[in-house]
Design a protein around this ligand. Structure first.
Ligand SMILES: [Zn+2]
Length: 142
């Protein structure tokens, strides 16, 4: 006879899906951010709404995400400059500067969000997915 207690009422995301959707790295169910990526202001939850993981692991923890954001920005700059060269063949430096500054401004919410996601998912030792934490909460804990 099948064990009915092991049935899940939710879809468990893979690590990549959870990172793209900016979910908690431990339970992959709670959101990291209160707002959508292109809302006026992006604010993070202090703790995971599902498993209560404290996202800011230590004081100043998210300063490290500035380095991740910098790396993302450099990669985007190279991609944008190569795209401009391939598409237009322009040799005017102002074209590159203007387009790159516009791309930086447009992509800054993306960089802000995913630098923190990359930091939490792949650059934090000891923070792993826990199938136990992903389970539905008991009714008295909700
Ligand atoms: Zn969680």
């Amino acid at each position: 006879m099948a064990d009915t207690n092991s049935e899940t009422t939710y879809t468990l995301l893979t690590e990549k899906q959870a990172a793209i959707k900016a979910k908690c790295p431990r339970c992959r169910r709670g959101d990291l951010f209160k707002n959508k990526m292109y809302s006026f202001k992006q604010t993070m939850y202090d703790r995971c709404p599902h498993c209560n993981l404290k996202f800011e692991r230590e004081p100043g923890y998210f300063y490290v995400s500035m380095f991740v954001s910098y790396a993302l920005n450099v990669a985007e700059m190279v991609a944008v400059c190569v795209a401009i060269y391939v598409l237009t063949g322009s040799e005017n430096p102002m074209t590159y500067i203007v387009v790159f500054l516009m791309a930086t401004i447009i992509l800054s919410p993306f960089n802000f969000r995913y630098s923190r996601v990359i930091l939490l998912y792949w650059l934090t030792p000891g923070l792993k997915f826990s199938a136990e934490k992903a389970k539905d909460l008991p009714l008295d804990a909700q």
